[in-house]
Design a protein around this ligand. Structure first.
Ligand SMILES: O=C1O[C@H](COP(=O)(O)O)[C@@H](O)[C@H](O)[C@H]1O
Length: 237
């Protein structure tokens, strides 16, 4: 059971278009500020379908992209040419940024399974400047975030980071492909976490997870109820 600590701030918008504009402006400002302060900006981006419009909007912004480092919160263990690849979605929606020199550090590395690739991906992530200036996460209707799926094999290790690596292998209950995910301690090596959520169904799941309770059935609680890094929630119906 976890609970207490500083509650996340909630930014509610009337529709997805205004949410995308507000969050893209926020992230654009954050990138400018990080480059001014540290000479570079370092971001973790969520996968899935929800953030594609946001990334496409951000892609049109005039930013110092050659000083921006991007990685993913989690990845299906598939190659870049697979439609399920989160990295491919990021490269596609941020193609102008990549053309202007943004560095994308992908999580899919060599090996037949995520477990085979953990050490390689973890060393790759060592090239990402930390702390991350922003970790952008999504959430599924089953209350998973990153690849912290309820009931998944590997969930405990992903939440604890007990192996001492930046990433963990996770197999969702009854689900393929297997996944690789940044561990919770790695996600929290950050100055800020933003959680992007759309739709009334996810809002109901979020509202339940904001109440104190066990992490196992609602893994997003591990992010919402920690006290290390401030969390902002960005929501529209
Ligand atoms: O599987 C995943 O799901 C979540 C939510 O995805 P969405 O399609 O509902 O937006 C995402 O945050 C995560 O990165 C992804 O791998």
């Amino acid at each position: 059971m976890i609970g207490g600590g500083t509650m996340p701030t909630i930014n509610s918008h009337a529709d997805k278009a205004s949410l995308v504009t507000a969050l893209a402006d926020h992230i654009g400002g954050l990138i400018r500020d990080a480059v001014a302060a540290y000479g570079r900006a370092s971001l973790v981006l969520s996968g899935g379908t929800t953030p594609a419009d946001l990334f496409a909007r951000l892609d049109g912004y005039d930013l110092p992209w050659d000083k921006v480092y991007l990685t993913l919160s989690d990845e299906r263990w598939v190659d870049l040419d697979d439609p399920a690849s989160n990295e491919a979605m990021v490269r596609r929606t941020l193609s102008a940024a990549v053309a202007k020199g943004a560095t994308v550090v992908g999580l899919k590395s060599v090996g037949a399974t995520p477990a085979d690739g953990l050490a390689r991906t973890s060393s790759r992530l060592a090239t990402m400047p930390r702390p991350y200036d922003l970790v952008l996460l999504g959430m599924g209707e089953d209350s998973h975030t990153a690849s912290f799926f309820p009931g998944a094999t590997g969930l405990a290790e992903a939440l604890s980071g007990a192996l001492g690596l930046a990433v963990a292998a996770v197999t969702p209950a009854g689900g393929v492909p297997a996944r690789i995910t940044l561990t919770l301690p790695e996600l929290l090596r950050s100055r800020a976490v933003a959680l992007l959520i759309t739709g009334d169904k996810k809002k109901a799941v979020l509202d339940a997870a904001l109440k104190p309770g066990p992490v196992e059935p609602a893994p997003v609680r591990a992010v919402l109820h920690q006290t290390q890094v401030p969390v902002s929630i960005w929501w529209a119906p």
